[in-house]
Design a protein around this ligand. Structure first.
Ligand code: ADP
Ligand code: MG
Length: 318
């Protein structure tokens, strides 16, 4: 099947339109109408075969994840998602693979009312780039640079599940389906991000591991953080498979969970805000530490002893 046939197929299946898409797939570019007075939030992420997913991964899982990692970035900005574009590099024109890919991609797009409005299709090593666009009220975006000394450090959901699945995959044994779900089908925390906009002082999504990503918040904000490693959520999923040390390492440094890590000003108001937010969005939030003066992130165990990770998150070109 030639490039144009593939694009026709994508266009046919992407059918879903929003009122603000003046012109979608089919022209030289898309024409979009942002809501008046809102700021546009733009992000892009690439998944490479054999780097971001194991070779031979089911196409629908690749499709879901390619969009999910982008929506997670919009969530971390407190944005409401609206549109996306898709660049596909395929080793050969493979309609079955593209259909599988679209099954996962469009299922997630429909869940968050995101319209696929354009893209590019080329021949080359399997790689998928997605750009996602959303809106936020001026001045309310969640940034990395607003954390202040005394703020509480919080995370959503559970940590370490995706890394646990990767660990089991590398070991060549069976992969626990609950962990596999965390790796393949991360849920972008859109509702939580929007609820935190204007409330949290800083926010980031955890793609490279909690300590590494919280480190980015600290560096941008000019502060340090202390984290209690035994307070990290998600132990219940991991405990059947991993010992205490491995479990802590997965939770503190494992990537790919796409939960939000955010800071809230200390006090009863913040606790109430966190509780209300969790109730409204159906996502648990857990306080895991405190922002302090200084530089860097330090982790402690429940007895107050300093805890060092075996490694500190994923970095390309490392
Ligand atoms: P051009 O050569 O003018 O850039 P293309 O032939 O690349 O146009 O694309 C034709 C139309 O199909 C454009 O509207 C483009 O956005 C869309 N398109 C191409 N590939 C994809 C894709 N993978 N996903 C979504 N839309 C695509
Ligand atoms: Mg053109």
């Amino acid at each position: 099947m030639a490039e144009f046939k593939l694009i026709d197929r994508i266009r046919e299946r992407a059918g879903h339109a929003r009122g603000d898409v003046v012109l979608g797939i089919g022209d030289d570019a898309a024409l979009l109408q942002p809501p008046p007075g809102m700021q546009l939030v733009v992000t892009m992420d690439t998944l490479n075969d054999g780097v971001h997913f194991p070779g031979g991964t089911d196409a629908a899982r690749v499709g879901w994840k390619a969009l999910a990692v982008n929506l997670s970035d919009l969530a971390a900005m407190g944005a409401e998602p609206a549109w996306c574009t898709l660049s596909l590099s395929l080793p050969r024109s493979d309609r079955a693979w593209v259909d599988g890919f679209l099954d996962g991609f469009l299922a997630l797009a429909a869940e968050y009312d995101v319209a696929l409005v354009g893209g590019d299709t080329t021949c080359g090593p399997l790689a998928v780039s997605v750009a996602a666009h959303g809106f936020v009220d001026p001045g309310r975006a969640l940034r990395r640079d607003g954390a202040r000394e005394g703020d509480g450090v919080w995370v959503s959901g559970t940590l370490g599940g995706a890394a646990g699945a990767l660990e089991q995959w590398r070991a060549g044994g069976a992969i626990d389906p609950a962990l596999r779900e965390r790796l393949d089908r991360p849920r972008p925390r859109i509702a939580l991000g929007r609820a935190l906009a204007g409330v949290a002082t800083a926010c980031i999504d955890i793609s490279d591991g909690l300590l590494a990503d919280l480190g980015h918040v600290c560096a941008a904000s000019g502060v340090a953080a202390r984290v209690e490693v035994d307070a990290l959520p998600g132990g219940r999923l991991l405990r059947p498979h991993f010992g205490n040390d491995a479990l802590r390492a997965l939770q503190a440094t494992g990537g790919d969970d796409y939960e939000l890590c955010f800071t809230l000003p200390e006090g009863a108001d913040a606790m109430a805000a966190a509780a209300a937010t969790a109730a409204a969005t159906g996502v648990e939030v857990t306080r895991i530490g405190t922002v302090v003066a200084g530089q860097g992130v330090e982790a402690f165990d429940r007895d107050g002893r300093c805890w060092s990770p075996p490694r500190a998150g994923h970095e390309h070109f490392a």
